[in-house]
Design a binder for this molecule. Structure first.
Ligand SMILES: [Zn+2]
Length: 135
């Protein structure tokens, strides 16, 4: 199992994963509020649908800004961003999204499997050997 390079990278993985999961939750909530508001002819539900949709867009922008340079420690691809490249044969998608599968795995399992190289990376920071240990 591979490890991350620093605590900052670990924190960015977790924050970006949280934003991605919330972003994927906001779309069905917006659609549900819109449909109920349309059915009940209620402007409050329609406004809530707009709020969920706007929140989803804001979360998408934040996830892109924070996570655009997060790389897999082995293949240096970006597992939380779709590259359009061929995926590993054992890569699993959640609701059709490899990004969502990686984000839920980071949040709930404490590791993720890179969709591009197929290697598992733990949400742990790599230990560094100090120069005094080398003597
Ligand atoms: Zn990789």
């Amino acid at each position: 199992m591979h490890r991350l390079s620093s605590h900052q990278v670990l924190r960015r993985y977790k924050i970006t994963s949280l934003f991605i999961v919330l972003m994927f939750l906001s779309l069905p909530l917006a659609v549900g509020c819109f449909l109920y508001g349309w059915y009940a002819n209620d402007a409050v539900w329609m406004r809530n649908a707009g709020i969920f949709l706007a929140a989803g867009l804001v979360l998408k922008v934040l996830a892109f800004m924070i996570g655009e340079r997060l790389k897999c420690p082995l293949c240096m691809a970006t597992p939380l961003r779709s590259l359009g490249c061929a995926k590993h044969r054992s890569a699993q998608a959640l609701y059709g999204s490899h990004k969502l599968a990686v984000a839920t795995s980071v949040l709930f399992e404490g590791n993720f499997r890179c969709p591009y190289c197929g290697e598992t990376t733990g949400m742990h920071v790599r230990e560094r050997s100090s120069r005094s240990d080398l003597r």
